[in-house]
Design a protein around this ligand. Structure first.
Ligand SMILES: Nc1ncnc2c1ncn2[C@@H]1O[C@H](COP(=O)(O)OP(=O)(O)OP(=O)(O)O)[C@@H](O)[C@H]1O
Ligand SMILES: *[C@@H]1O[C@H](CO)[C@@H](O)[C@H](O)[C@H]1NC(C)=O
Ligand SMILES: *[C@@H]1O[C@H](CO)[C@@H](O)[C@H](O)[C@H]1NC(C)=O
Ligand SMILES: *[C@@H]1O[C@H](CO)[C@@H](O)[C@H](O)[C@H]1NC(C)=O
Ligand SMILES: *[C@@H]1O[C@H](CO)[C@@H](O)[C@H](O)[C@H]1NC(C)=O
Ligand SMILES: *[C@@H]1O[C@H](CO)[C@@H](O)[C@H](O)[C@H]1NC(C)=O
Ligand SMILES: *[C@@H]1O[C@H](CO)[C@@H](O)[C@H](O)[C@H]1NC(C)=O
Ligand SMILES: *[C@@H]1O[C@H](CO)[C@@H](O)[C@H](O)[C@H]1NC(C)=O
Ligand SMILES: *[C@@H]1O[C@H](CO)[C@@H](O)[C@H](O)[C@H]1NC(C)=O
Length: 866
């Protein structure tokens, strides 16, 4: 009874299982009819006992093993109803037709379809194969073209994927970071294109067969340098370019096949010395440099004649060739160079290279507009006869190597129209350095964030946002050169004309001088950080009534503490500066402290807002008092005040140049940046553009900055900022003090609108001419004043000498002006001496020769005045 019951139960389960595996049964019965010859054991009903079929104990098919059975026919389309299938091995038969999809066979682990005659792969073939480890479909020559699907990335256990000779086209998908256990990728003899995927980086692939692609994989081999498990690398017969990367981390590399590509550059010594390497092919590339000599036992087919090694025998290349190869290396070994630079003599008609008449020494290199990217190699410096180096119109990045300054014969360095950055080293005077259109050049002085001054690619403007302000400032070197040239042309045309203006002396004079308490805000723990609440309060919530002025970088507000002391708060325009730049600027501001520099009192960062707090300068800017005094209803500045201001500014700048802890260049000296306190004593302001002069350097190259009218001619030529740039601008300010005219006066005729050019043509020796140039509001009745004005005028000419080396130092300027001020204010002498008490190194010689200096500056002016 019990026995029967058990039988019944068994039968019931059998039915149940038969029902639940009916999908498997249906597929298997279709399979038995669609392939031939069907194995003899496949005649029974129970497919689980068929040869090559394995079921689990629920009678689901888990494996089909029909390897090399000479089977032909097709696979039924419902293959993926074998829901428990783990292994599908059908390799080495003659199966044909469309492959059925494998989609969602979540247990499928191994698939071998190679060496058959299948004709197509459905698009969702690889979908949801979450357990797939091995897949092979190589040698199916009749497959219609297919590409590797991104679906494969779901197969996170994938270890091996083989589809050589399988009509694969398209790109290798960039999904290799999905396969932590991946070991073998074999895709030889297909039509793959594109580059090696970036996710090869760090992958554990051991076998990489990508050789013999119809059209060819391209790009560089760089990524393989990080594939440290590589054992066998077959990349021959492709279109790879660039150099063989450093493979020193590929310590298991045994077989490296790189022949028949477009590889350039020197075979890295790290490859030659790889201990495990046994098999190398390099023939039919464009490899350069010395002939590599692999260790004994390496079976290498180097194909000497099919590469571009400098010599047919082992040994170093000629030094000039070596240097040029290093130059090419920094450019990623461009094909253009590999093709032309053949042999061991750089003077044998190599493209882009010129030699001297002896045909031995390289004297010129011109890579103009050849779309090179990469960096400027320091090895240019090994070409010691180099006179001209033109790299213009490329896409070079990085900085200009300092060592290039050591080239003894260099006359021209043109790097215009690239994407260079960093500080430009100081070249000897005789070198013409062309730097135009390198947005970031001179920008990494603070090694923080490097940011182009404008986000608009169109503008190579000096800084700030596109406002009237930045229009005032110069836009590009090209523009400056244009303007300077046109000015020079006008000078040719126009003869000595001295323009002067008639000003009415105002009848109503009233002074607003009052005391500035110079009270500083209280800092928290000595920090310069000031809270926004305090600033809100003192500026009356940044009320319009408290606006002192507007500059290119923001609005300046007056602030008043309860005790009556005043501050000036500069509220930067949003987005003008990143936090790092702002902090770097604060770093500069806190380093420079001097009685003739507007004191920096603190700062505030409030969300996106940046605020700088300065001492309040009651009388505003020098330009207001010099040019707009009628509008402001203030008295014009007396000569006494002007000389005193000149001396104050001179001292401030002298301090910046040589006395501060670090040396600084102001770069934007002009009356708008000179502020006056209640006593009409001047302080230099606006350090927004200040640059540090690095140790041992005297100049920094920068993107163009400064204000037209105050920029010296050499700056337009080479964009180099030296302290002499400030001296020139200072000379222009002196001219403005003397003449009451602006550096650039748009209302004047073209030929005299540029004050410095015009003023330098005034024959100062002729008193009459001189007098005509002096600001009409000045009272010059007494000899002393006139003499003083002439001295300052001469100093102005001296400071604006065309040759920067002829311009004096600021300490010289201070020494000339000191006595002029003392003449009126003996009481100041004391102050001057106290102030300069520590400063005994003033060039006394210059002081003693003051008169001859002025004379020579005058001669120099005549000599330069063509
Ligand atoms: N410390 C200060 N005390 C009194 N007034 C000031 C002070 N700083 C600036 N100002 C006023 O605010 C105006 C704008 O100053 P700001 O330095 O922003 O502009 P700028 O020097 O004209 O331009 P930029 O900074 O772009 O060169 C000045 O012209 C001046 O009138
Ligand atoms: C493969 O199939 C094609 C037809 O699709 C046939 O012409 C060819 O002979 C087959 N090749 C092999 C090796 O079976
Ligand atoms: C090879 O691939 C390229 C690019 O995908 C294609 O243009 C070309 O037709 C392919 N060649 C063959 C024979 O499939
Ligand atoms: C080196 O490569 C060649 C060609 O691919 C091959 O025939 C040879 O067996 C390889 N040598 C070794 C040691 O694997
Ligand atoms: C290039 O110059 C550097 C030093 O300036 C030297 O070390 C190097 O060997 C030189 N290279 C060649 C190829 O002369
Ligand atoms: C070529 O350069 C070498 C080394 O710099 C120098 O000694 C030689 O005089 C140069 N030859 C000519 C013709 O300039
Ligand atoms: C210039 O170089 C910087 C990095 O040095 C890069 O971010 C920028 O995209 C480059 N610009 C151009 C136009 O190539
Ligand atoms: C500049 O670099 C130095 C070291 O490289 C670093 O300590 C310093 O913080 C950097 N400065 C800025 C402003 O990033
Ligand atoms: C660049 O300038 C051109 C013409 O001057 C203008 O059409 C274009 O909009 C500008 N692009 C940007 C990003 O400013």
């Amino acid at each position: 009874m019990a026995h029967h019951f058990l039988l019944f139960i068994n039968f019931f389960f059998f039915l149940l299982i038969s029902f639940s595996t009916s999908d498997d049964a249906s597929f298997m019965s279709k399979l038995s009819t669609s392939i031939s010859p069907t194995p003899s054991t496949w005649r029974t009903d129970d497919f689980c006992v068929w040869e090559g079929i394995k079921c689990d104990n629920t009678r689901h098919v888990i494996a089909i093993n029909l390897v090399s059975k000479s089977l032909s026919g097709t696979l039924p389309s419902n293959l993926n109803s074998l829901s428990q299938l783990k292994t599908l091995s059908l390799q080495r038969n003659s199966l044909s037709g469309d492959l059925p999809t494998l989609a969602n066979l979540a247990f499928l682990t191994e698939v071998y379809l190679d060496a058959n005659n299948f004709t197509s792969i459905p698009s969702n073939f690889f979908l949801g194969l979450t357990n797939l480890q091995t897949f092979s479909i190589s040698d199916n020559l009749n497959l219609s073209p297919w590409s590797l699907p991104n679906d494969l990335s779901q197969s996170t256990n994938l270890q091996s994927f083989q589809a050589s000779n399988a009509n694969v086209n398209g790109f290798i998908p960039d999904i290799f970071d999905s396969f932590p256990s991946f070991q073998s990728l074999r895709l030889s003899y297909n039509n793959l294109t594109g580059t090696l995927p970036a996710t090869f980086d760090g992958s554990g692939i051991q076998n990489l067969w990508l050789d013999n692609q119809l059209q060819g994989l391209s790009g560089t081999l760089d990524v393989i340098s990080s594939m440290t498990q590589l054992y066998q690398v077959w990349l021959q017969a492709n279109a790879f370019t660039g150099a063989i990367p450093d493979l020193s981390k590929c310590i298991n590399l045994f077989d490296l096949q790189l022949s028949d590509n477009q590889l350039t550059g020197v075979v890295p010594s790290s490859l030659i010395s790889l201990p495990t390497l046994a098999n190398v092919t390099l023939q039919r590339n464009k490899l350069q440099g010395p002939l590599p000599v692999f260790q004994n036992g390496v079976r290498d087919t180097l194909g000497l004649s099919t590469n571009r090694f400098c010599l047919a025998t082992p040994g170093n290349c000629d030094p000039q060739v070596t240097a040029l190869l290093e130059v090419a290396e920094a450019l990623g070994y461009p094909m253009l160079l590999a093709e032309s630079w053949e042999g061991n003599n750089a003077c044998a008609n190599w493209n882009f290279v010129s030699c001297d008449s002896s045909g031995k020494n390289v004297t010129a290199i011109s890579f103009s507009n050849v779309k090179f990217s990469g960096t400027i190699s320091p090895s240019f410096a090994n070409l010691t006869s180099l006179r001209s180096l033109s790299l213009k119109d490329n896409n070079l990045i990085g900085s200009i190597p300092e060592i290039l300054t050591s080239l003894p014969d260099l006359q021209l360095l043109d790097v215009s129209n690239n994407n260079l950055s960093g500080i430009v080293p100081e070249f000897p005077q005789k070198v013409r350095v062309v730097l135009d259109n390198n947005l970031l050049l001179g920008e990494d002085i603070h090694n923080g964030s490097i940011k182009p001054p404008d986000s608009t690619p169109n503008s190579s403007a000096s800084g700030g946002s596109p406002t009237q302000h930045s229009q005032r400032k110069l836009v590009s070197a090209g523009m400056i050169v244009g303007i300077v040239i046109s000015i020079l042309v006008f000078i040719w045309i126009v003869s000595y004309i001295c323009y002067y203006k008639f000003y009415k002396v105002p009848t109503k004079l009233h002074s607003q001088v009052s005391r500035n308490h110079n009270h500083t805000p209280s800092y928290e723990n000595g920090s310069l950080m000031i809270s926004i609440q305090v600033l809100d309060q003192v500026t009356d919530n940044f009320s319009d009534n408290n606006v002192l002025g507007r500059g290119g970088f923001g609005v300046v507000y007056k602030g008043q503490y309860d005790d009556g002391s005043m501050i000036a708060v500069k509220r930067m325009k949003l987005g003008t500066k990143g936090i790092k730049e702002f902090q770097a600027e604060i770093g500069v501001l806190t380093k420079v402290r001097h009685r003739h520099l507007v004191a920096f009192l603190g700062y505030c960062i409030n969300g996106n807002e940046r605020l700088l707090v300065y001492e309040y300068m009651e009388q505003g800017t020098l330009s207001q008092h010099l040019f707009e005094w009628r509008k402001h209803k203030t008295p014009p500045l007396s000569w006494r005040q002007r000389v005193s201001i000149a001396l104050d500014v001179g001292r401030g700048v002298e301090y910046l140049h040589s006395l501060a802890q670090q040396r600084f260049i102001h770069r934007d000296l002009k009356p708008a940046n000179i502020l006056l306190d209640g006593d009409m004593r001047a302080k230099v302001a606006d350090f927004g553009l200040v640059k540090i002069v690095l140790d041992g350097k005297h100049s920094v190259d920068t993107r163009l900055a400064g204000t037209f009218g105050y920029l010296p001619p050499e700056y337009a030529r080479n964009g180099r900022v030296t302290r002499k740039v400030d001296v020139y601008a200072y000379g222009v300010v002196l001219m403005e003090l003397v003449t009451g005219r602006k550096a650039v006066d748009e209302t004047m005729s073209d030929e005299s609108c540029h004050l410095a050019t015009w003023f330098r043509r005034v024959p100062l020796l002729s008193k009459e001419n001189m007098v005509n140039c002096i600001d009409q509001v000045l009272n010059i009745d007494d000899e002393v004043t006139l003499e003083s004005i002439v001295k300052v005028a001469e100093l102005a000419v001296h400071c604006t000498a065309c040759d920067p080396f002829q311009r004096p130092d600021m300490s010289y300027v201070v020494n000339v002006l000191g006595p002029l001020v003392e003449r009126w204010e003996p009481s100041q002498q004391e102050e001057v001496q106290t102030y300069h008490g520590h400063h005994t190194s003033l060039p006394r010689v210059l002081q003693a020769n003051e008169d001859t200096s002025s004379m020579s500056s005058f001669n120099d002016f005549q000599a330069n005045s063509v």
